[in-house]
Design a protein around this ligand. Structure first.
Ligand SMILES: [Mg+2]
Length: 215
């Protein structure tokens, strides 16, 4: 079966069920963990010193991070070839499977163009067999569009504050949850609990979503 890779316009949403809109990296996938494994195999180190990507990449023993062009090249290679290094977030597949018995699920990700098929296959392999919408830039407009296709409410889950703020601006009726799957990133991630509920464990997040959408 082909991955369920779709686009925003043709993504079917059950109008009679609540909707869970969910990000991939650091929500369903442990991106930093997988990217770290990948760059090590290529002779680099990923040090989780800050909530950033390319500024955390080093040659072993060096104190200055590698230049951004080299970092971007590794990032591009990882999206194309690094699927095997990418571990799923603990508990995510089970939680979504349970939620999906009573709610619709749409995966909304900003994967680069060349990584889309790899991403779709990775999701299916790890039990995330839900419609996949590839976005670029702020996610608020896409989340608003998807949430508008159901009368039963929607939630949005992402690790990045700018994406959560974008959804708050475009779709204020959509309840936002911030999830950071990587334990090392959790204390480093910018957060705004007054605007978006922060929950880093899928078992807890599942209960909160159930209380929000299915009570
Ligand atoms: Mg993410």
């Amino acid at each position: 079966m082909e991955p369920r890779y779709t686009d925003l316009q043709s993504c079917a949403v059950d109008a009679g069920a609540p909707l869970v809109i969910v990000d991939v990296d650091e929500v369903l996938a442990q991106f930093m963990r997988g990217f770290g494994t990948f760059v090590e195999r290529h002779g680099f180190e990923l040090r989780v010193d800050r909530f950033a990507l390319f500024q955390n990449l080093y040659r072993p023993g060096e104190t200055q991070h590698i230049d951004l062009i080299a970092g971007k090249a590794l990032f591009d290679d990882f999206f194309r070839d690094g699927g095997e290094d990418l571990p799923p977030a603990v508990g995510a597949a089970d939680a979504l499977a349970s939620l999906s018995t009573r709610a619709g699920v749409v995966i909304l990700t900003n994967a680069p163009e060349h990584g889309r098929q790899t991403r779709a296959r990775w999701l299916k392999t790890h039990g995330f067999d839900y419609p996949l919408v590839i976005n670029s830039g702020p996610k608020g407009p896409a989340a608003a569009e998807l949430a508008g296709r159901t009368t039963q409410g929607a939630v949005f889950i992402d690790d990045l504050l700018p994406q959560l703020d974008s959804v708050a601006a475009s779709a204020p009726g959509v309840r936002r949850f911030q999830m950071v799957a990587d334990e090392r990133l959790r204390p480093l991630a910018p957060t705004a609990p007054d605007r978006h509920t922060r929950i880093d464990l899928w078992s807890d997040l599942q209960l909160a979503i159930e209380a929000e959408l299915l009570a």
